[in-house]
Design a protein around this ligand. Structure first.
Ligand code: IMP
Length: 199
């Protein structure tokens, strides 16, 4: 049975990614939940060695909930390109290298795609809410669209400047935060967390 989080309760955000933290904090703000990041608590980053987004989200949320004794919400997400068989996928962060340089990661996607006419791409987010006793609930969100080159816009993070969601003209990197939240993979997964896990 789903457990419920109520206003006033404390929740750990099990991510060290500033872009994700900013977006998840904005999604949680209206709910009156007190959030603290895993980084602020000095929690280590566990190794993400599951083969899929949901598995990696569970690893991060369970590690943070167990270490902190508080419910923890994690996000494992990535950028998937049809012409690359779904890559970079779960390796999205790693394609940016140790310097976390997404100009390099985007150039790598562009080079590997070459002039392939199939420009379809999508983002996936798995959000996992874990309790200190090991209970977890995981939700998936997806947004489909197309790869554009060159990258456009300096908002958002990661691969945002090279992705235009279906039906839009602007890249995620050009949209303001509210426009991205209206359709994003993260917001879609979060809508399910809200329905299932909050009083
Ligand atoms: P991980 O979930 O920590 O493995 O990292 C996911 C990576 O996917 C991030 O570092 C970003 O590069 C990429 N990613 C996930 N969500 C987004 C998004 O909303 N916009 C752009 N890139 C994203």
């Amino acid at each position: 049975m789903a457990r419920k989080l109520a206003a006033g309760q404390k929740l750990v955000l099990a991510s060290h990614n500033k872009g994700k933290l900013r977006e998840i904090e904005a999604l949680l703000r209206p709910l009156g939940i007190a959030v603290v990041s895993a980084g602020a608590l000095g929690l280590p980053e566990p190794e993400e060695d599951a083969p899929d987004f949901a598995g990696n989200a569970r690893i991060k949320a369970v590690a943070a909930a167990t270490a902190s004794g508080l419910p923890a919400l994690s996000d494992d997400s990535g950028f998937c390109v049809a012409a690359l068989g779904g890559a970079p996928g779960v390796l999205s962060a790693r394609w940016a290298g140790p310097a976390k340089d997404f100009a390099v990661a985007m150039a790598s996607v562009h080079e590997r795609m070459g002039d392939n006419p199939d420009r379809r791409a999508w983002f996936i987010a798995a959000l996992c809410l874990a309790w200190p006793d090991g209970h977890t609930e995981t939700f998936l969100g997806r947004i489909d669209g197309a790869v554009v080159w060159p990258p456009r816009g300096d908002r958002g993070f990661g691969y945002d400047p090279m992705f235009v969601p279906a039906g839009a003209q602007q890249t995620f990197g050009e949209m303001d935060a509210d426009a991205k939240h209206a359709v994003s993979h993260r917001a879609r997964a979060f809508a399910q967390v809200l329905t299932s896990c909050f009083v």
